[in-house]
Design a protein around this ligand. Structure first.
Ligand SMILES: Nc1ncnc2c1ncn2[C@@H]1O[C@@H]2COP(=O)(O)O[C@H]2[C@H]1O
Length: 255
């Protein structure tokens, strides 16, 4: 199984793209601006999108993906998310005003877009891969994801989240955790903003991650671009034993 980072920035600017991860060529986790680098054929191969939450930096690409592949696909593009996330997408994006309601527009006799409710703990399986929604704590209902490869190795993406003890209960049950992608949006000087917007900063990351039992490769994601370098320096100082590295757009991992 291959994981390709299409976008992992906490914003735009300096060439960064917002969150989107491609698993093999058919599963997408979040649909931020990172999807803009894919060609039409690659976009048309995506069958399932697992959305962490409804914030624009994680879902804006959905609107453009479905418009670009409309007519190219024989099956609906299936979007898996919490009921509250799907309700937000229905009400505020695919509402016939901001964007057409592609769940009603048919292509080759099928709905173009299908929404599938996916609660914390739900498991989706396809071609030996397994995707499980994990708890997260954000300003709006949110999840993270555990993805298991056919090899038995796993990666975890926390999504946007503040400290979340329930996540670690689930993560600590994973037998072979190869990679943890955890957010740290803000630097320590923005700790108040991190708290208000339900993100981590290096100090709260250190407290939160103390509950992690395993020692996977660790990548930091969703760094706000204006303070990315400072935030990474603070992360390295806060959790040196984890040897954290910043996640990079374009990075590829195999499991
Ligand atoms: N209470 C707040 N005050 C100022 N900015 C906020 C607040 N809540 C959210 N934000 C910003 O809005 C952004 C929405 O996307 P993010 O959650 O990535 O990061 C968030 C912050 O950068």
């Amino acid at each position: 199984m291959r994981l390709r980072v299409l976008g992992c920035s906490g914003g735009i600017g300096d060439g960064g793209h917002t969150t989107s991860f491609l698993v093999d060529d058919d599963l997408l986790i979040d649909a931020g601006t990172g999807v803009c680098g894919l060609d039409i054929a690659a976009l048309a191969r995506i069958d399932h999108v697992f959305v962490t939450h409804a914030h624009l930096d994680h879902v804006c690409g959905l609107a453009f993906i479905i418009d670009s592949v409309f007519g190219h696909r024989r099956a609906p593009l299936r979007v898996h998310a919490l009921p509250a996330t799907l309700a937000a997408l229905r009400d505020h994006m695919f509402n016939g005003v901001i964007w057409p309601d592609f769940t009603r527009l048919r292509s080759h006799g099928q709905p173009s877009l299908e929404f599938i409710e996916f609660d914390v703990g739900a498991v989706f399986e396809s071609a030996g891969r397994r995707v499980e929604a994990l708890p997260a704590a954000h300003q709006v209902p949110a999840v993270g994801y555990r993805v298991d490869a056919p090899s038995g190795r796993s990666f975890v993406f926390t999504g946007d989240t503040a400290a979340c003890p329930a996540r670690w209960d689930a993560v600590n049950r994973i037998p072979d955790l190869a990679l943890l992608v955890i957010e740290t949006a803000f630097c320590n000087a923005e700790a108040d903003l991190a708290l208000r917007s339900q993100h981590l900063c290096p100090a709260s990351l250190a407290d939160d991650i103390a509950a992690l039992a395993a020692r996977p490769a660790l990548r930091i994601t969703h760094l706000k671009p204006s303070d990315a370098q400072l935030t990474m320096e603070e992360v390295r100082a806060a959790i040196p034993r984890f040897d954290p590295l910043p996640l990079r757009d374009g990075e590829v991992f195999t499991f």
